[in-house]
Design a protein around this ligand. Sequence first.
Ligand SMILES: [Zn+2]
Length: 235
Amino acid sequence: MHRWFVFLLSLLLAACGEGALHVQPAEEWLGDEPEAEPMVQTFREVSRAVGAEARRQCLKQTTGQNCDFRILVDLNPQASVNAFQTLDENKQPVIIFTRSMIESTQNADELAFVMGHEAAHHVLGHIARQSEIASASAAEFGRVAELRGGDAAAIEEAQKLGAQVGVQAYVKDFELEADQLGTIITYNAGYNPLVGARFFDRIPDPGDRFLGTHPPNAQRVQIVRETAEQLGLSQ
Ligand SMILES: [Zn+2]
């Protein structure tokens, strides 16, 4: 799962294109069996409300960025629990939820919170920032390998490692930033981020591993609580 998360994965996805997915716009998703109907309705409502608020935040906080979010559902029944954001070829922000991700949320607040978090990554320009960091760190590691007299293969290896180390150094901060703005987007869209963040209770805790891509869940819940308090939301 980027599980909402690793957006190395979303970069990869951007490279693969949507052709590999069975995606459908939230608004056009009808659901193919009657019992799916409430879930489809909820997803559509949340997409509308969070999409509109994410657009508002994006217009307020960025210049020259495409703020028209497309929210899609991946209907592939084999697709794992996942939600992620990426940019399409026109730099339009796209948020994709797999069907199993939608099914794994327990209420509209959780769905809104995950969506708000993904939208926040775009508003905060994380894909671009991450690739800048990766390039700078790759170049630096490459230079060191060159100074040590490494051959072309050694330099390339060093660059790859550099890109990885650079991204790892920032990825947890990006997640917490996205949780913070995601809390605001969720709240302004009419949902309760404190209820939404209970989603963390059910996902495996990455703990505080050195090379982990995600902050410990407790740290994420903490930032949601602090932000909610600033919004005047009672715990
Ligand atoms: Zn994230």
